[in-house]
Design a protein. Structure first.
Length: 148
């Protein structure tokens, strides 16, 4: 199979085909990266909760998002030659903030609609919303941030 080249003669590929292995391979790597970044979030959160939940959550989100964005750039989408570190952090970080806003809004709505909801219901909502947001994040990263 002939490899496409850009005007400078460098090999090119799309985020859909080529050395990234296609969407299923990317989704598998995306899931593994998400798991690793969630472990980092949990460690940071539990280490820093003595400073308050807000600080622990903020630091955990920032650190885990930075790790995830870089791992997605390097491994999930093989985009180190197409997307610079700062761009991946800025655009991927923006998506993470949007996701955080969506999950926070979902919890607020749950609290307003079902003020007596137990922890299991709250956790189930967060898992469901986070899963949906993660799916949307995958397609946004694939089609926007790392599609260059």
């Amino acid at each position: 199979m002939t490899q496409l080249r850009d005007a400078a003669g460098r090999p090119t590929h799309s985020p859909v085909r080529g050395p990234t292995g296609g969407m299923f391979a990317q989704l598998t790597r995306f899931t593994l990266v998400g798991t690793a970044s969630n472990v980092l979030y949990a460690v940071a959160f539990f280490m820093l909760d003595v400073y308050g939940l807000f600080v622990a959550n903020l630091v955990g989100v920032v650190l885990s998002s930075m790790l995830a964005n870089e791992l997605h750039r390097r491994h999930t989408f093989h985009a180190t030659d197409r997307v610079r570190w700062f761009v991946a952090q800025w655009e991927g970080g923006t998506l993470a903030v949007i996701g955080l806003g969506i999950t926070s809004l979902a919890l607020l709505l749950l609290q307003l609609l079902l003020p007596d909801a137990d922890g299991l219901t709250q956790a189930a909502l967060v898992i469901a919303v986070t899963t949906a947001v993660g799916g949307l994040r995958f397609f946004a990263l694939r089609g926007w941030v790392f599609a260059r």
